[in-house]
Design a protein around this ligand. Structure first.
Ligand code: CA
Ligand code: CA
Length: 222
């Protein structure tokens, strides 16, 4: 087949012209197309996700355990909080509340001494804490941040990918296990004898683990 037989009619000339045009246009199209696609979208296919602005929200659900106890002066109570969750855990805390209102005269408020035992908690390098406080509301609060800086407040992240944000709020599986604390009563009563004298106190012990799921919403500039 020689060139003349390919172009010996106007129709064949037109067909050849179209074929040549496509041979030129297609390679050019595929060479140029990647340059037209946003760099961030190309990066997403490799796993990093697009970087940009995100509204980060924490949809929180708390796990709580109430462990009320009545104690006399110097008596102790061990309290345990078995914690398991498939969700992320932001923090764990124990609050010991008491309200001493059974003294004949003011000025003899009872108190709570609280000391934790985190030896039964999986990993995380949590440190034991202890504190004392008067029975006028929340006497003692001990709190452990499972994820550093966690406060559950919505914010806007800039120049970060979805994966980077999720990594920042990953609890690494820490904080599961048995949290424990010992509460010791310090009952103070006004001088004198009699059945009306203050000789005990009610302590409300509340354990809380704040779990959450992340909600990420890209900020789209219109
Ligand atoms: Ca008292
Ligand atoms: Ca009391």
């Amino acid at each position: 087949m020689d060139l003349d037989s390919l172009v010996d009619t106007p129709r064949k000339q037109a067909m050849l012209g179209i074929s040549v045009a496509f041979m030129i246009i297609f390679p050019a199209y595929f060479a140029v197309m990647p340059m037209l696609i946003d760099d961030d979208l190309m990066a997403s296919s490799s796993g990093g996700g697009p970087s940009g602005e995100w509204v980060v929200r924490f949809e929180e659900t708390s796990i709580t355990l109430q462990d009320p106890v009545n104690l006399g002066d110097g008596e102790s109570h061990d309290t345990f909080f078995d914690l398991e969750s498939d969700l992320m855990i932001g923090y764990v805390q124990v609050v010991v509340a008491c309200n001493d209102n059974d003294d004949l005269t003011p000025g003899f408020s009872d108190a709570a001494d609280v000391a934790s035992d985190v030896s039964g908690v999986n990993s995380g390098n949590f440190s034991d804490q202890s504190d004392s406080g008067l029975c006028q509301g929340d006497a003692v609060t001990l709190r452990w941040d499972v994820i550093p800086g966690y406060n559950g407040t919505e914010y806007t992240a800039s120049d970060m990918s979805e994966n980077e944000i999720r990594a920042q709020w990953d609890d690494m599986g820490f904080a599961r296990g048995t949290w424990a604390a010992t509460i010791t009563a310090d009952v103070s009563s006004s001088p004198g004898i009699g059945p009306l004298n203050d000789n005990d106190e009610d302590y409300d012990i509340t354990w809380t683990a704040m779990t959450f799921t992340l909600s990420l919403e890209p900020v789209v500039e219109l």
